[in-house]
Write a protein that binds this ligand. Structure first.
Ligand code: FES
Length: 143
């Protein structure tokens, strides 16, 4: 984290598990999330069409474990974009559900840096994440 600058977000007690806080740092909107006592920060921009991603619903997702069984997983970790429903894992920044992966012709190729690789099915869109730490009871994000 040495090449990043620490920015105080709030006292940790003001950001309990399941909650989020939006902060403005150097002109960038960043969402800081408490997921089961661990803190994560992401740039508040969806890689699809630049929606305010951190305003989305935080939930989990289902996964088929067999032909007859579906399992609920990642509870409280999956952030759904409020505009078109793309889903991202807050703890990794990786995409969970990206319906455009299967309809490449409609993909917005000028939205994200690696759009060509995504459109070619060689990469998944991801959101920008930032390290977060608790320093003397205060949430600090490194940007
Ligand atoms: S802008 Fe987020 S899914 Fe479209």
């Amino acid at each position: 984290m040495s090449d990043r600058t620490p920015h105080v977000v709030c006292p940790a007690r003001e950001l309990p598990p399941g909650e989020r806080r939006l902060v403005e740092i150097d002109g960038r909107s960043i969402g800081v999330f408490n997921v089961d006592g661990e803190y994560y920060a992401l740039t508040n921009v969806c890689p699809h069409q630049r929606a305010p991603l951190c305003a989305g619903t935080l939930t989990g997702t289902t996964r088929a474990t067999s032909v007859d069984d579906i399992e609920w997983e990642r509870d409280g970790r999956v952030l759904t974009c409020p505009w078109h429903g793309w889903e991202f894992d807050v703890t990794t920044g990786e995409t969970v559900f990206n319906p455009h992966r299967w309809s490449v012709s409609t993909y917005e190729t000028d939205v994200i840096v690696n759009a060509e690789a995504v459109a070619a099915g060689e990469a998944q869109p991801a959101i920008e994440t930032h390290p977060v730490d608790i320093d003397d009871g205060v949430v600090v994000v490194y940007v």
